[in-house]
Design a protein around this ligand. Structure first.
Ligand code: BES
Ligand code: ZN
Length: 594
């Protein structure tokens, strides 16, 4: 073989680093991480070594043991991939060190002004490396197959704290006055996209002997309350997959510009503060990130072309955990909400059916552009079909064996299939796995998850135009998930009187649960319902989660006056958005007529 990943220069015929030693100085003034990385080889190495880099300034490279300088060559800038950094190692090299700095607009980092935080007094920095942004933080073999452990020393301004996707190893006064250095160690080999760092005014609360939550002081109590049940979740996940292997499951609640709901950084899951609904109704995202500790972090997709292996299994697992904790009805509602997201993604990719396969071909395609609910929801349905075909108990055994066979490795769809074929000859053919993996859209044997309750409230929503309305007692009885299913099945735009009725009856504009709030605000936006505009502005100005920005801006695009509102809000909010969110919104704005 040679190159194995369409998004990386990683070449499996070249030496492969097994550990990184990172020494980083976090400079909020210049918005730069400056420092050194040592790439350690498990065996004496020599010859050409190609690394990925994006936006990095490379100062120097040398043989770690001797200090002998190494020539390096930076290739041309490629729009998605960045620049190849080529080193040539002399015989018997055990490690190379590279002195470098990041760019102030590094794709994998967001630098926040104090005003963009809850406390308003200290700046904040966080990383988001998946899928291919680790190379904007560190020159490295930025492919999930090239797993590494790491140690890091991170120097930050005094008064701030650093956390990483690694075990904390203490902190002490830093090398310069007014600084502090934090030490970290990740002993297990992880894919580069799981490198994570955040720096800010952070406090923590203990949730269980192996879990605590970190957040800004103003948020940490609410976070501790919201996620108090995490240990029960870890227990449920262990029942499914076997022992939790990462020692600690800590969580960090980020400022609201965090572009995702959650990110499964090992030992330190990153979470959006929009999960703090005040009623624990959005903890399924925690179940999801926790489940990645097995599906994703232990057994990892080899490249973004096999992303469904991470997300499909994790969505399936998240719903099994939910069923354990909250019962069948909650689980059915989650599948229904997922179906809605799946239908939207299939619609969005109508002109690009190749992106609706589970096993994708992404040469020349930015993984951030290919991102959708398809690997999640189509993937989870394939897992469910496999489970239904062999039965729950046998499937549980299969999963345990899968984890055992592939733990701490990064695998392809083809390796997964070979494993299933070996354990259950003929099973893949029986469920028509070929269609699931290699054909666009949904196969004929896609499972449907239904319940009497969901059928009734879906029918009620679909009867809106015929004048059907829920009565007060009914609404009281719905869980937040069920209410969301109801809203998702209403017409996408309503007469103004209907908006007013809905809002009054269901108290929607004042909701703290952002899933419900944003679903409602999309209807309000598309309906031109002015009483909700203030709340729409508030959400768009504060929240950077792409899942919410995309549909809200899209709904505002439906009419000329709300389009104006969208453009005006975007101009004001864009400087505070993460670069991913900014790009996602710009793509929506481009779709607007005129
Ligand atoms: N790993 C993903 C987030 C991600 C995927 C970041 C690809 C960058 C590239 C994470 O586990 C995730 O799926 N988050 C979801 C949570 C949801 C499915 C419960 C999100 O952010 O909405
Ligand atoms: Zn996920």
């Amino acid at each position: 073989m040679a190159r194995t990943d369409p998004h990386s220069c990683f070449d499996d015929l070249q030496p492969r680093a097994s550990r990184w030693h990172l020494r980083l100085l976090v400079d909020f003034e210049s918005r730069i991480l400056a420092g050194e990385v040592t790439l350690v080889f498990p065996r004496p190495a020599s010859g050409v070594l190609d690394l990925d880099s994006k936006g990095l300034t490379i100062h120097r490279a040398w043989v770690s043991a001797t200090g002998a300088g190494l020539p390096f060559e930076l290739g041309p800038e490629e729009p998605i991939l960045g620049r190849r950094l080529r080193l040539t190692l002399p015989a018997d090299t055990h490690g190379v060190t590279i002195a470098y700095e990041t760019s102030p607009d590094a794709a994998g980092l967001q630098w926040l002004e104090p005003a963009q935080t809850e406390g308003g007094r200290q700046p904040f920095l966080f990383s988001q490396c998946q899928a291919i942004h680790a190379r904007s933080l560190v020159p490295c073999q930025d492919s999930a197959v090239a797993r590494v452990g790491y140690d890091a020393d991170v120097v930050v301004p005094e008064g701030l704290r650093a956390v990483m996707s690694a075990g904390p190893m203490g902190d002490e006064p830093g090398p310069m006055p007014g600084t502090r250095v934090f030490h970290f160690r990740m002993p297990q080999p992880i894919p580069s996209y799981l490198l994570a760092l955040a720096v800010g005014d952070l406090e923590s609360r203990e949730l269980s002997p192996r879990s605590r939550v970190w957040a800004e002081p103003a948020t940490v109590e609410r976070a501790a309350w919201e996620f108090a049940g995490v240990e029960t979740m870890i227990g449920a996940a262990e029942q499914l997959f076997g022992p939790y292997d990462w020692e600690r499951f800590d969580m960090l609640v980020l400022p609201p510009s965090f572009p995702y709901g959650g990110m499964e950084n090992p030992r330190m899951t990153f979470l959006t503060p929009t999960l703090l609904a005040g009623d624990r109704s959005l903890v399924d995202v925690v179940a999801h990130e926790l489940a990645h500790s097995w599906t994703g972090n232990l057994v990892t997709n080899a490249t973004a072309e096999h992303f469904w292996l991470n997300e499909g299994f994790t969505v399936w697992a998240e719903r099994r955990i939910l069923r354990e904790l909250h019962g069948e009805e909650a689980c059915a509602a989650a599948w229904a909400i997922g179906q809605n997201a799946l239908d939207e993604s299939l619609e969005r990719f109508r002109a690009e059916p190749e992106l609706t396969l589970l096993r994708t071909r992404l040469e020349g395609i930015d993984p951030d552009e290919a991102f959708s609910s398809i690997p999640y929801e189509k993937g989870a349905r394939l897992v469910a079909v496999l489970e239904q075909a062999v039965g729950e108990a046998a499937f549980q055994d299969l999963l345990r064996a899968y984890m055992g066979r592939f733990r701490f490795t990064s695998i392809t769809t083809e390796q997964f299939c070979a494993f299933v074929e070996e354990r259950f000859p003929g099973l893949l053919r029986r469920v028509d796995a070929d269609s699931w993996l290699h054909q666009p859209g949904m196969p004929g044997n896609a499972p449907v998850f239904r319940s009497g309750r969901l059928d009734r409230l879906t029918a009620l929503a679909r009867g809106w135009e015929r004048g059907e309305r829920p009565d007060a007692g009914q609404v009281e009885d719905w869980s937040p998930g069920e209410l969301l299913v109801y809203l998702q099945n209403l017409p996408r735009a309503l007469p103004l009187d209907d908006c007013a009725w809905l809002d009054r009856k269901l108290g929607l504009t004042a909701r703290g649960n952002h899933e419900l709030l944003v679903e409602w605000l999309c209807i309000a936006a598309a309906s031109g319902y002015a009483p909700a505009f203030g709340r729409i502005r508030e959400v768009l100005a504060r929240v950077g989660r792409m899942k919410y920005l995309r549909p809200l801006y899209a709904a505002l695009g439906r009419h000329a006056d709300t389009r104006r509102l969208a453009r005006e809000v975007f101009v004001a909010a864009a400087p505070g958005y993460h670069s991913l969110s900014r790009r996602a919104v710009l793509a929506e704005l481009e779709k607007y007529p005129d």
